[in-house]
Design a protein around this ligand. Structure first.
Ligand code: MIC
Ligand code: SF4
Length: 641
């Protein structure tokens, strides 16, 4: 039996375990990336490990999320990350250099290598054939220290593309189509390989749009082969030496195969508040639009921006629409400016934002009250834009421009003829915004700059054999980490201040949660299916841990969040019978007995002491995870070891 692309990379990096779906495997990690919103915590964790120099081939610390400096906090965190990076052998990408995934693709990604990043969209690297995965900060810290990355060996899915995209239909529409087919939980436990004749017509940035948004499927990662298109991209980036060809074996076996016909694909749009709430753009025609945002790690490549500029050239956006443009990197912005395309964008009435995540994470540019915002981004979760009652729709750059010009949702195919967009043969290379670490010989003299915003890491407690606790919150299906630990310009600066952050925990669902959890001291949260989907932010586990949450009982969990709960010493448990979800209410007193034996057998008995119901809970912890939970989290476990 042959191997899939991902299996080939897994095989070459396997430290322990067997490549059997569902079994735990440990992988050697070649590269890591962090961004600032998760990075501060990840480096604090790395520091506690006492490893002087990172053991990876390349580790890069990006500043791209917390770039609004409306107080000292973000600037202090940037300074901390810069100093810690320099001392420990990590490259530092300065604020303004761009969004981590875009820059990493351009300058550092290498086909066939493993990459983990403390950001859920790290799979963007799959666009050049990397095995790139999002992870919690603690896992990234461990990998920097030379530790393996532990995951459940995924199933393999294959998506075959045939045909060719029609004008005004683009890679984003492919992403939305697969979300329509699979839903936000359809990729859980799987790696999605993209292939078929149709991929030949997709450039690396287009492929990266697709692997980026594969995160919204809940997939472990997504990957394209490394072929002539990849070679051309790396060569245009002056990195032809980094090219290695990579493809699946003809007899590779997949657990599921999906076909998509590009010839018949139409412009698509994801409606509020979920990326899989997908319909055709034409079905929403005429809906009034207040705001349009173009950028984010999904759609901010030079190719995307040149298309936008060509479509806006000589035109003026509707006076009722506010349009923002955030190029993905300094390279994109420079080239856009040098060829004059930036002037076409600005002349149309667009507002130029810096090369950063910006509006995607609510870091400015929040919509007006009840505003309709069309965004080329990857997530439209409730409240994420910073405006609680806004309706955010996810679209391609082409559909975004059509809305900006007409003031309403408009099928971009009505814009006329798609102008031809020519990509330059070589990208402009200027890596001066990436600061290399100091040499090992002088690393000791580097002083770590800690600002007053950095508060001590919260202490976690070991799990005990009996857990008696009250339900502090019950939530429904598809709860995202943006529900659990909201982001946005007002809260993100406090990512290294867990006590302050805790005041906002579950703010989107129930503002009284923090007070209630604190009053209870110890509590349990009940969730529906796909609990914790979305980002990799470990804060969605660290903060509940700080508030005394000892277990989350849900119908099912998203991969990274389940790992983060374990790393924080919180038990992620599922209902054996999903209907038992209805037998527990907020405020009920629950008793879990013989927890340790249950961890071994895979079943834990729960008694709802409020209504007398007996419920069986399931878990499947590896030996390592059991030790982590018994120690009270990964850091405590690492210290014990
Ligand atoms: C996101 O897109 O939700 C984020 C912000 O990039 C997160 C990371 C974070 O919360 O800091 C992610 O995707 O992991
Ligand atoms: Fe940044 Fe948005 Fe991408 Fe997250 S999804 S890394 S916030 S641009």
């Amino acid at each position: 039996m042959g191997y899939t692309i991902a299996q080939k990379i897994i095989k070459a990096h396997l430290v322990s375990g067997e490549m059997i779906p569902g079994k735990e495997i440990a992988l050697r990690i070649d590269q890591t990336l962090t961004q600032d919103a998760t990075g501060t915590m990840a480096y604090l964790e790395f520091e506690t490990m006492g490893v002087p120099r990172v053991k990876t081939e390349k580790s890069v610390a990006y500043i791209d999320h917390n770039t609004l400096q409306s107080g000292f906090e973000n600037a202090d965190d940037h300074r901390y990350i810069q100093s810690v990076a320099s001392k420990h052998g990590i490259y530092f990408s300065r604020p303004g250099n761009g969004i981590c995934h875009q820059v990493h693709l351009e300058r550092f990604g290498i086909p066939g290598k493993t990459l983990i990043g403390s950001d859920s969209h790290t799979p963007t690297g799959g666009g050049i054939g990397m095995l790139a995965m999002g992870a919690g900060g603690m896992d990234v810290a461990a990998a920097m220290g030379g530790g393996a990355y532990y995951i459940t060996c995924p199933k393999m899915y294959k998506v075959n593309l045939k045909g060719k995209l029609k004008p005004f239909v683009s890679a984003k529409d492919i992403s939305l189509e697969i979300l329509r087919i699979l839903s936000v939980k359809g990729g859980v436990g799987a790696i999605i390989e993209w292939g078929g004749e149709g991929i030949k017509g997709l450039s690396v940035p287009e492929r990266a749009t697709i692997t980026n948004m594969g995160t919204e499927l809940g997939a472990t990662t997504s990957i394209f082969p490394s072929d002539d298109v990849t070679r051309e991209f790396l060569s245009a980036q002056g990195r032809e030496n980094d090219f290695v060809p990579l493809e699946s074996d003809p007899d590779a076996v997949y657990d599921r195969v999906i076909d998509i016909d590009l010839d018949t694909l139409k412009p698509l749009i994801a409606c509020p508040h979920s990326p899989d709430n997908v319909v055709t753009v034409e079905s929403l025609k005429g809906t009034k639009v207040d705001q349009v945002c173009i950028g984010s790690c999904t759609n901010s490549s030079l190719f995307d921006m040149l298309k936008v500029a060509a479509l806006l050239k000589g035109k003026t956006i509707k006076d009722t629409v506010s349009l923002s443009i955030s190029p993905g990197s300094k390279q994109v912005l420079t080239m856009l400016s040098d060829c004059g395309a930036l002037s076409d964008i600005i002349a149309s009435g667009a507002r130029l934002l810096e090369c950063a995540c910006g509006p995607c994470i609510g870091m400015g540019f929040s919509p007006n009250s009840a505003g309709v915002s069309l965004r080329t981004f990857n997530r439209n979760f409730e409240g994420r834009s910073g405006t609680a009652d806004a309706g955010v729709y996810l679209v391609s750059p082409e559909t975004a421009v059509a809305a900006a010009l007409t003031g309403e949702i408009t099928d971009p195919r009505l814009l006329g003829t798609m102008p031809e967009v020519k990509m330059p043969e070589k990208f402009k290379i200027n890596d001066t915004a990436v600061i290399p670490p100091v040499s090992e010989s002088i690393a000791e003299s580097v002083v770590i700059m800690r600002g007053p915003n950095i508060k001590p890491f919260p202490e976690s407690k070991p799990q005990e054999n009996e857990l008696k606790a009250t339900v502090s919150l019950k939530v429904g299906d598809n709860i995202t980490t943006d529900h659990i630990m909201p982001a946005g310009a007002k809260i993100l600066p406090y990512r290294s201040n867990i006590p302050y952050l805790s005041n906002f925990c579950f703010g989107v669902c129930d503002k009284s949660f923090p007070e209630r959890a604190k009053a209870l001291g110890v509590s349990i949260v009940i969730g529906g299916s796909n609990y914790g989907q979305g980002s990799s932010r470990e804060h969605a586990a660290l903060v509940p841990m700080y508030l005394g949450v000892r277990a989350v009982i849900a119908k099912s969990f998203a991969r990274i969040h389940a790992a983060n709960l374990i790393n924080s010493g919180i038990l992620p448990l599922t209902f054996k019978n999903a209907d038992d979800y209805d037998k527990i209410s907020e405020g009920d007193n629950l008793l879990l007995t013989d927890v340790f034996a249950g961890m071994d057998s895979g079943e834990i008995a729960l008694t709802n002491e409020t209504n007398g119901e007996k419920i069986t809970l399931c878990c499947s912890f590896t030996d390592r995870q059991k030790k982590i939970l018994k120690a009270g989290g990964l850091l405590a476990f690492a210290k014990e070891e």
